[in-house]
Design a protein around this ligand. Structure first.
Ligand code: ARG
Length: 576
């Protein structure tokens, strides 16, 4: 068993003994924020004490007295207001490394309580280019999915494409009167975007055009054959372009049920909410009011407009109900930017009234904006929003320059392939490493730097370890890893081993809070520990037993790095 799991188990037993009948599922450990104090830490006793009006330090002391961790901890200490800090014994560390060497685990375990989680992410809009806001959703959502799956949860990913809405009225007018067919063939989304903007601008000065758009929309919604045919073509063309981006990013979806899929469910839904007294008429429209929810008091949720049209909220409610019936998820996670917070608060609040018995967890994983180096929303030089495809092209192009400078001896094809891995990885990593709830400044130089907390730095650390193996003439340490006399002597070896052991704990924390940045920081620190180990502890020049031990540390570091990258959705190269 992994040491942190063993500690949790014993801790839960001790708490159970002192506070019989208490719920100990939340008694967990986390990596100690400052290694000075130990390897693992729990703050769970403080909340237990608070709920029982006990002195938290006393409770911590009582639990410690009941706790026998002599086989895996060097020390257990009460700290601060009632924290417990645990320091691992070197023997426990060695044992865990040996298990990992035998392939029994890679410092994490699958969950004992797998849950079904539906992750709603990316969700671009038809006929519009995917913009940089969709990139964060796509990258974060994909990484969250990968982490959940690695820990053994069942995940269903659903791309809730914006394929139904008022924009199609204007798009249809544009398509019928101003379509540039050759342009459509070369860059379909660009052309559709142009049509929309054209009609939109014309509508501003000419009410007749607005009226025409409205009529086209009504015709589409009533099932007019011609309009449906055009709409389907717009969908197919957009989807093809989205798919190219997903392919470049290595992102897959299990489902892509767009907004239109729920169309027939909207009217019955509104009727049901009215019948149940949850929604009511207000100034010709239909809305749900939240008098009892302070932060929503001033923000009723509109579910049908006075002209009879349904909206984003109606669709999301129908979508939520459908997902629950179809997949029975324990949790639904929505990954969108911060501006949609109110929208999801409303959806969740309406849903709780509608299905008070439902146990599903609803989580809005929101994120901030990407800013340019001037601190303003990231735009092109001419002030346009940046398109995802262009961004990825530029990333690969810039990475190609960096890679070519370092590896002039490689063929162009090889350099291109490395540049693809580095460029896409760098864009993804920049997104994942920052706290998702803050805005971050997009800087090419920073994200492609070979030093610092960047993808290229980490990818390079990985290739460096791989080259140690190439030089050693071994593919991996193979049989040599089964070293019964594994010993850690140098402080750098111990620090590296300690950090390796934290991998699972960090993964769990990253999944609990939907924060891949925890994992990024972990990997960055891992690379740092590896560097100081490598600088201080000769590997290939060491004698046989020490050499085997150190090669094992190299191998485990490479495996953790690779696994870490994999759940971030980032590829590695063998050479850079
Ligand atoms: N299409 C929306 C947008 O581009 C995002 C949809 C997010 N998912 C959802 N179920 N509302 O802003």
């Amino acid at each position: 068993m992994l040491p942190h799991k063993l500690i949790e188990q014993r801790l839960q037993h001790a708490v159970q003994a002192i506070l019989p009948g208490s719920d100990v599922a939340a008694v967990l450990v986390r990596p100690c924020p400052d290694p000075k104090f130990g390897d693992y830490q729990t703050n769970a006793l403080m909340s237990l004490a608070k709920a029982r009006k006990m002195n938290p330090r006393q409770l911590a002391a009582d639990v410690t007295a009941k706790l026998d961790l002599r086989d895996c901890c060097e020390s257990v200490e009460v700290a601060g207001a009632g924290f417990l800090n645990f320091r691992l014994a070197p023997s426990a560390m060695v044992q865990s490394l040996q298990e990992a060497a035998r392939g029994e685990h890679l410092f994490f375990e699958k969950t004992v309580r797998p849950r079904t989680v539906l992750v709603d992410f990316s969700s671009p809009n038809v006929a519009k280019p995917m913009h940089i806001g969709h990139i964060r959703s796509t990258i974060l959502g994909d990484s969250i999915t990968r982490m959940l799956r690695l820990l053994g949860h069942r995940v269903i990913t659903d791309n809730h494409i914006g394929d139904w809405g008022t924009q199609f009225g204007k798009l249809l007018v544009g398509w019928k009167h101003h379509l540039d067919l050759p342009a459509l063939q070369i860059e379909p989304i660009g052309e559709m975007d142009r049509l929309y903007k054209l009609v939109n601008a014309a509508g501003e000065s000419d009410p007749a055009i607005l009226e025409q758009s409205r009529q086209e929309l009504v015709k589409l919604q009533r099932g007019d054959e011609e309009n449906l045919k055009i709409w389907r073509e717009m969908l197919a063309l957009s989807q093809a372009q989205f798919d190219r981006i997903y392919q470049r990013l290595g992102v897959n979806f299990d489902k892509a049920l767009g907004e239109s899929f729920y169309n027939s469910r909207l009217q019955p839904l509104v009727r049901e909410l009215c019948d149940k007294g949850i929604a009511r008429e207000s100034e010709g429209a239909i809305a749900v009011f939240f008098k009892d929810i302070p932060h929503l008091k001033a923000n009723p949720a509109l579910i049908q407009k006075s002209d009879g049209a349904f909206n984003y909220t109606t669709t999301d409610l129908a979508t939520l109900a459908y997902r629950l019936e179809t997949w029975l998820p324990a949790e639904i996670v929505y990954v969108t930017d911060a501006r949609q917070q109110l929208h999801f608060q409303q959806i969740f609040a309406v849903f709780r009234r509608w299905h008070p018995e439902a146990k599903v967890n609803l989580t809005h994983v929101w994120f901030g904006s990407i800013l340019g180096e001037d601190g303003k929303p990231f735009k092109t030089r001419s002030g346009e929003t940046i398109k995802l495809a262009d961004l990825l092209d530029e990333a690969e192009e810039r990475a190609f320059k960096v890679v070519s400078e370092k590896n002039a001896e490689l063929s162009e094809a090889q350099r291109r392939e490395i540049a693809r891995i580095v460029g896409i990885g760098a864009v993804k990593y920049a997104d994942l490493m920052s706290n998702r709830q803050s805005d971050y400044v997009f800087s090419w130089d920073k994200l492609l730097a070979l030093n610092g907390n960047t993808a290229p730095y980490l990818q390079y650390a990985y290739t460096r370890i791989r080259s140690i193996f190439r030089k050693s003439g071994l593919e991996t340490t193979g049989g040599g890893t089964r070293n019964p006399r594994l010993a850690l002597a140098a402080t750098q070896e111990i620090a590296l081993a300690r950090h390796l052991l934290n991998f699972g704990l960090v993964l769990e924390a990253a999944v609990d809070e939907y924060r891949p940045n925890f994992l990024c920081n972990y990997l960055f620190e891992l690379a740092g520990h590896f560097t100081s180990f490598y600088e201080n502890c000769p590997v290939l020049k060491a004698e046989s037993e020490m050499r085997a031990n150190r090669l094992l540390l190299c191998e485990l570091t490479a495996r953790v790095l690779k696994q870490g990258f994999e759940v971030l959705g980032i590829e590695t190269a063998e050479q850079m």
